[in-house]
Design a protein around this ligand. Structure first.
Ligand code: DAH
Length: 358
């Protein structure tokens, strides 16, 4: 009869000696595979007397199970050793420059938004956000648009289907509702810019139903129009990357500011190329003003204690001006050739230290 102890020892030695998963598997097949030595032993049980079977059955079974366990433990050990060896030999140098010609590029609107955020962050402004689908209250009422006022119609508003109470939500027509959300969420002082998507039912070379604005808001006890003008001047110089800009503040009307102004900057259109800061042309770039006392009251701020200023401008328009992009609709046409031409490297984050656009 086979010496079980000797057989087990022999197999265990072979398992220990296996140096890779293939040689280990050969040992496994030779022992507990269909035609293996242990399997052959199991088959002898059939020809034994009941007494012999009762005695040998459990012994053979535990031999087979013990071998199976040893094989699987060795398999894990070999696997881990192989992984350790691979980890030790394969290295990725993350400091290597990426390959030239990276795939994909940054959309000019993302680029310009990042530039705007970099400039205002440098002046101490945080970024605030709000929802694209707004209530009438935030988009109009709280901003001092009286019910039925013609200024509401000027916005070509997209209205949503009315809810059970008949209230119609709107796709926000400007980023100004986030002024209200900002003032309701915390106590002054506030210094925020609010970039985001806005919507109006309008479409031609310079208008698309969805477009982008950036809003600015500062509220505290002492801020004033001088600060507003200084901030806007700093912004224009930094954004257009010029030493000086000349700005004209024209009286205008917005329900949520008093006084209200529109701002033009001096530019030169002659020679086919737009130059900012020189020439005889003026171009409107934004609306602004001192926050209307009614707006402050609507958010429970006492206009005798607090004052604020705000501005709003079109991001897409700024992108068109700075990067000489003639048609606004192309921004949203998802044309790869256009993106390759006007897009920016994904690796250049705009910042003031190294230059915004390079
Ligand atoms: N919300 C205005 C618009 O969409 C832009 C605007 C003008 C925003 C003056 C302001 C502001 O904050 O003070 O036409």
């Amino acid at each position: 009869m086979t010496d079980i102890k000797a057989l087990e020892q022999e197999i265990r030695t072979a398992i220990e000696a296996a140096t890779d998963e293939a040689s280990l598997d050969a040992v496994r097949v030779g022992a507990i595979g269909k035609k293996g030595s242990v399997s052959a032993l199991m088959k002898t049980l059939g020809k034994m007397s009941p007494e012999e079977r009762q005695q040998n059955g459990p012994l053979f079974n535990s031999l087979r199970d013990g071998i199976a366990t040893a094989v699987s433990a060795k398999k894990d050990a070999l696997h881990n050793a192989a992984l350790d060896a691979r980890l030790a030999s394969e290295k990725v140098d993350v400091t290597l420059p990426t390959r030239p010609l990276p795939q994909g590029s940054i959309h000019p609107i993302t680029q310009v938004t990042d530039e705007i955020i970099a400039i205002f962050a440098d002046m101490g402004f945080a970024v605030a956000e709000g929802p694209d689908i707004e209530t009438d209250f935030y988009n109009f009422t709280a901003l001092n648009f009286p019910e039925g006022h013609p200024a509401r119609e000027m916005h070509d508003t997209f209205y949503m289907t009315p809810d059970e109470e008949g209230a119609k939500k709107v796709l926000r027509t400007h980023t100004s509702p986030v002024q209200i959300r900002t003032m309701m969420a915390a106590e002054p002082p506030h210094r925020v810019i609010i970039p985001g998507r806005t919507y109006r039912c309008d479409s031609d070379q310079t208008h698309t139903p969805m477009f982008h604005q950036v809003e600015g808001l500062a509220v505290d006890k002492s801020t004033n129009m001088g600060e507003l003008k200084w901030v806007l001047e700093q912004f224009c110089k930094a954004f257009f990357e010029v030493e000086a800009v000349e700005m004209k503040f024209r009286p205008s009307y917005f329900p949520f500011t008093e006084p209200s102004m529109e701002v033009d900057i001096r530019c030169d259109h002659s020679g086919g190329e737009l130059k900012i800061g020189e020439g005889d042309d003026w171009m409107e770039i934004l609306g602004c003003g001192m926050v209307h006392p009614n707006v402050l009251r609507n958010v429970n701020l006492d206009p005798d204690i607090y004052q604020g200023w705000a501005f709003g401008m079109g991001i897409d328009r700024l992108a068109m001006l700075k990067y000489g992009i003639p048609d606004l609709r192309d921004f949203f046409a998802a044309d790869l050739r256009w993106l390759r031409h006007y897009g920016f490297s994904a690796l250049d984050m705009p910042n003031l230290a190294t230059g915004l656009s390079r």
